[in-house]
Write a protein that binds this ligand. Sequence first.
Ligand code: ADE
Length: 299
Amino acid sequence: QLPHTFDKQVPLAVIGGTGLYDLPNLKPVARVTVSTPWGFPSAPITISVTDQGYPVAFLARHGQHHDLLPSDVPSRANIAALKKLGVKAIIAFSAVGSLQQEIRPRDFVVPTQVIDRTKGIRPSTFFEKGFVAHAMFGEPFDLTLNQIISDSLPSSGFLEGFDTEHTPLLHTKKHTNKNEDLTVICMEGPQFSTRAELKLYRTWGGSVINMSVLPEAKLAREAEIAYQMICMSTDYDSWNENEEPVTVETVVGNLKANLANACKVAAHLIDIVSAELVSGEKKLGTSLEGSMKYSVSTS
Ligand code: ADE
């Protein structure tokens, strides 16, 4: 039985997506149930401490037993609960389909852009009932956090291989040939996309597709929390007629195989990002402080 309270601020959080329901290589020290004005988060939040002594909060986006549809994830409660714990930066993991041949299943992708294909049914702002605010979102991910992550992981060689032919790669904007954006298309689901939709998204420059980056990234921005998603590619969906169309079995199979890599990436980044948050050198998590003050248009 872990304590239900933790009396220090926790500057860093990891949100786990499908397949990532805890951080098994860290030592849990508390499991807290946080109440917010928007209800309870998807699951109790586990606070762990790394060998270097940094605390980190972990939240399973779809619930601990994966019982929440992407459309039903209580994103406002999730972000508000993390804010309440003192979180200043979030690293969010998500399973994604690949829209590009060179992003192979089991590769990791650190996206820089988002296209919203959700259906407007997910509550996506904290500002309502008489408050109007327009947060800046041209850069949907935190550029400093993106840079720290991209700089601290090599594009190849870090992730464990599965066989001699397949060593998974890490795709970041910095590692692409022309410093091009990597774009995640966020769709509503729960059904996967049609082939025509996927072909359209490819013409839009989509790199990967998921059901989870929104409204999470928008709400983190409104909460002035630095946010970066790390995508775990699980399938080619069905645009790629040379590959088997996506099934849940493919997604879950590739995620299970890749869990050790996700945990390795998370553990590596937690210490690096925490050290950065403590030193304050790059103003990670503090450069957004007070930004929403200028976004409210209600007198
Ligand atoms: N998550 C994992 N694979 C996906 C896909 N093909 N489409 C949407 N979300 C996904």
